[in-house]
Design a protein around this ligand. Sequence first.
Ligand code: ADP
Length: 498
Amino acid sequence: MAVTQAIPITRHPYADGSYKRMLIDGQWIDAASGKRFETHNPATGELLASVAEGDVEDINRAVAAARRAFEGPWSKVKPYERQGLLLKLADLVEKHFEELSQLDTMDMGAPISRTRGNRLRVLGMLRYYAGQATALHGETIENSLPGDIFSYTLKEPVGVVGAIIPWNGPLAATVWKIGPAIATGCTVVLKPAEEAPLTSLRLAELCMEAGVPPGVVNVVPGYGETAGAALASHPDVDKVAFTGSHVTGQSIIRASAGNLKRVSLELGGKSPDIVFADADLDAAVPGAAMAVFANSGQICSAGTRLFVEEKVYDEFVGRVAEFGKKLQVGNGLDPGTQIGPLVSQQQMDRVAGYLDIGQKEGAKAVAGGSRLTEGALSKGFFVQPTVFANVQDNMRIAQEEIFGPVISAISFKDTDELVKRANATTFGLGSGVWTTNVSKAHQVAKALRAGSVWVNCYQAMDPAVPFGGYKMSGYGRESGKQHVEEYLNVKAVWIKTA
Ligand code: ADP
């Protein structure tokens, strides 16, 4: 495996070790408690910034500001003006894209090629939601009541949205929550992940520069159990949009019960990626490998259960292993890096734990299998891209979400039995099918119980195409028309006309 050399780190203007405040009601303020927490570069351990640490009182202030804005001047802002704000924000994000990409890379470790590569998607999302702002409409509906009663629906913003996001793609995750909120006329209190809060704060600055009115977008960094829990249980929050682990998703649902707030959840996965013997293996090898290794496996829809038809199992798994061994692992700021660090010590310990479990369960690591600690890598949280062969369906490494660069390769013979096995998981987020047989592709795509099926590709995403989970991968959809509906209420109006 190639290991990139340490590179000199250029000081980032937004990650220069200084202190960052939170944004409430258009003001950059300290936490009510005065507390701060630190955020570090997971590749080097370097201190990037200290950040105001929000808690219950800050969430209360932010929700009050969001409520005032929602019921005040923001409610009068026309769709065309909300569209203009999103387009202006998109232009600013485009102008500062390199800086934002570097910030994501420094705060959570992803290779710069990846964060730069998100350009089209991030800008596309903002411009897509801008388009949606002027495309919202209710319907006139003919009813069968006696007499003359006219009925129609109004689409209205749901209100104050609590957005809670993870660390695995902070820029895209922030845009994914703020975009539909502005488009629909909602207001937001966003809590970024404690591991990587900086890009959300920088994006909030750009929102202010774009002219988003005070209180419409508020960003309160802090920990999940304190600030996050306060937001999820707050009686004056109308909806929580959450992305993260299924365990936290379950506590969000419990916390939401007090005022029965609307909840949308994008949770974890253990997605099957299925390679038939008739597939174009030259395309499937890198496709299946990067379906897991991209972002060091820290993607909820990663295709971590690699089902390979028995006839080509040894050849295919061997080739994926060779591919994994050649990947360049290192500091994400190096343009040659393909695999960055994991986000934190905790995440690395968790992944290392699964590397042990896999070996104890009898799987064979045909690539990787341990941490990387040589040279400059010793300062960061690096794990070798790992391929486990001889994995059985009931092993923990085939059932539990690892959230690391770990492939569990499983052999199959029969397609019907395969579909049952592929669906035998509590999750249902992503899935992949590699085949040159178009009938088989359609049959399997229909039979898989997952929110996305990628055929002869993996992880394709577009702002217009809905993304979300079946089963314990959550509910609600992000992107697409369905996404803005999550931020709208439908009101029926009846008018007796005669
Ligand atoms: P991950 O394993 O991806 O870090 P988490 O579900 O732990 O997933 O975290 C995702 C987000 O949820 C983070 O912003 C985190 O702070 C927040 N969070 C964690 N616990 C809670 C909680 N009990 N209530 C609300 N938010 C939480």
